[in-house]
Design a binder for this molecule. Structure first.
Ligand SMILES: [Zn+2]
Length: 144
């Protein structure tokens, strides 16, 4: 039986996994990471193998009642291992999210609205629970 995951609902057409949902009094933070394979060096097209570092990028934020919903993407920077390549590292591009020159996030606004609808007035713990159920047991999951 094909069932939709939370990611399918919240991030249609985008290959991301929800890593963490943090629920503070005035902010609901949803952190996602790309599930796409490591990209290729934009300079020499070599397939990346090693992660250099990661950083958090705020994708969007929307008001939700008195609170704000903030979506963050964990972006990975990769090494280019080709010695002759002048580019030592590069940042992954997440199709649908972090492509350069992409026009502003209609889709993001859409999924943030979905989060708002999912949540209704309920505590985010419920959403957390749903994310867990959808994702299955994941020992690396934190924050829920
Ligand atoms: Zn390269």
């Amino acid at each position: 039986m094909a069932s939709k995951t939370v990611e399918d609902v919240l991030f249609p057409g985008i290959d991301v996994r929800v890593e963490r949902v943090s629920d503070a009094s005035d902010i609901l933070m949803v952190e996602v990471v790309s599930t796409a394979r490591p990209g290729r060096c934009p300079n020499c097209r070599k397939q990346a193998r090693r992660v250099h570092s990661t950083y958090q990028r705020t994708l969007d934020e929307q008001p939700l009642g008195p609170r704000r919903v903030i979506a963050r993407l964990r972006v990975r920077r990769y090494f280019c291992d080709r010695k002759s390549c002048s580019r030592k590292t590069f940042v992954e591009q997440v199709p649908g999210l972090s492509e350069r020159h992409r026009r502003s996030g209609t889709r993001l606004t859409g999924w943030l609205r979905s989060i708002a609808i999912e949540l209704g007035g309920r505590p985010a713990a419920r959403l957390c629970q749903r994310l867990r159920l959808a994702a299955g047991p994941d020992p690396t999951a934190q924050g829920c």
